[in-house]
Write a protein that binds this ligand. Structure first.
Ligand SMILES: [Zn+2]
Length: 137
């Protein structure tokens, strides 16, 4: 079962590759261009997340995938790393690993020369731990 935090992280990775979320029959795909702001998600990401929630997660799905966000929050789905590219992908618990990771249509993927998509970093925490390490020396 994907928690809300996992779902948001899952989406944030794919948004960074330009994959958006589709809402029901809507032709548009919604993909914020800014994901992180400070150590959290950007207001743009939050606005998108709110839009999906208002539309109903049972009507939203990541582009090129077949499962709705509501289905991913149920107990028979899990979010794991893709064997090919390490991106988070949705897997059916106890089912057969699908070969159709949304990465499969990216021709030069995985691309190790590009920085990989990351969830927002907790910079305060990191700076504190660096300061801590310096003090110890
Ligand atoms: Zn993949």
């Amino acid at each position: 079962m994907a928690t809300q935090a996992q779902l948001r992280q899952y989406l944030s990775h794919w948004f960074q590759l330009g994959k958006g979320v589709k809402i029901a029959q809507d032709e548009a795909s919604y993909c914020p261009s800014n994901i992180a702001y400070g150590s959290g998600y950007s207001p743009e990401f939050e606005a998108h997340w709110q839009k999906f929630q208002l539309a109903g997660l049972e009507r939203c799905y990541l582009e090129d995938t077949g499962e709705t966000l509501a289905e991913l929050s149920q107990s028979d789905w899990d979010i794991q790393s893709c064997a090919r590219c390490d991106m988070p992908v949705a897997l059916k618990v106890g089912g057969i690993t699908p070969l159709d990771c949304p990465c499969s249509d990216q021709s030069n993927w995985p691309n190790l020369e590009l920085p990989t998509p990351k969830p927002p970093q907790n910079w305060n925490e990191r700076i504190r731990s660096i300061g801590q390490r310096l003090k110890e020396k």
